[in-house]
Write a protein that binds this ligand. Structure first.
Ligand code: ADP
Length: 241
């Protein structure tokens, strides 16, 4: 799905978190929102997900005004840190969740849901873990389950907030490769938030650099690296390389 954002503004109390954001994302793109902590990345993602509301601005998806559309109807998959797995449900039930809570009219039958879950378990290479509970999994395995739960609804738009945040470097590298292959297989438009340059530049088709509520630059890794558009970008790139 294509996304068009214009002049998006958001404040929390006296803090201006988004100060006029313009962004276009094409269908099937894998885009990273990269920037220091507090620059507004998560807030922008949450507004697209329908978990926060902007004070002003435009958000269109496939040309449709998404701010008029209920969050439940947006058909997005998301992995946010604070929407963790359900601890009392097995891996299978966690992955099935998004399908089993659909309204009756559009809910697949029980057999169909079970088949979809098995397909995802094998696609995610966690087929042997279907009967386990989240507490019995490693961090990397939990992230795969969380992505499985997001992918179960076959989202046209996938939103990931620091998807590999708390994991070891070697697991992050594996999951990055894996996310790239999932992206290629599903062709969903994917936005992910990270403060890790290497992650953004390795994974994304285009990187959006955010600083203090504004977009400082949008481009490919090479372009941003060779031609930082603002002093902020140059400093940020230099500071964390
Ligand atoms: P990032 O993802 O780039 O770290 P965030 O979008 O999470 O940035 O936050 C941007 C700013 O907004 C921060 O100063 C944060 O403290 C503030 N903020 C985020 N969510 C809330 C909220 N629900 N209430 C008040 N302030 C918030």
């Amino acid at each position: 799905m294509s996304i068009r954002i214009r002049q998006m503004m958001k404040r929390f109390g006296s803090t201006e978190v988004l100060r006029g954001v313009d962004l276009d994302v094409a269908q099937g793109e894998l885009v990273a929102l990269l920037g220091p902590s507090g620059s507004g990345k998560t807030t922008l993602l949450k507004i697209i997900a329908g978990l926060e509301w902007p004070d002003a601005g435009e958000l269109r998806v496939e040309g449709e005004d998404w701010l008029q559309l209920e969050a439940q109807r947006r058909r997005i998959g998301f992995v946010f840190q604070h929407y963790a797995l359900f601890p009392h449900m097995t891996v299978r039930d966690n992955i099935a969740f998004g399908l089993s809570v659909r309204p009756r009219a559009i809910r697949p039958g029980r057999d169909q849901i079970a088949a979809k879950v098995e397909e995802l378990l094998s696609f995610l290479q966690i087929g042997h873990l279907g009967g386990r509970y989240p507490a019995e999994l490693s961090g990397g395995q939990r992230q795969r389950v969380a992505l499985g739960r997001a992918l179960a609804i076959e989202p046209k738009l996938l939103l990931l907030d620091e998807p590999f945040g708390a994991l070891d470097a070697s697991i992050r590298r594996d999951l990055r490769r894996w996310l790239r292959s999932v992206h290629e297989a599903t062709n969903s438009t994917t936005l992910f938030v990270t403060h890790d340059q290497e992650e953004a530049f390795e994974l994304a088709d285009r990187v959006v650099i955010m600083g203090a509520g504004r977009i400082e630059q949008v481009g490919t890794a090479e372009h941003i690296h060779d031609y930082p558009a603002t002093p902020f970008v140059a400093r940020f790139m230099g500071a964390t390389v």
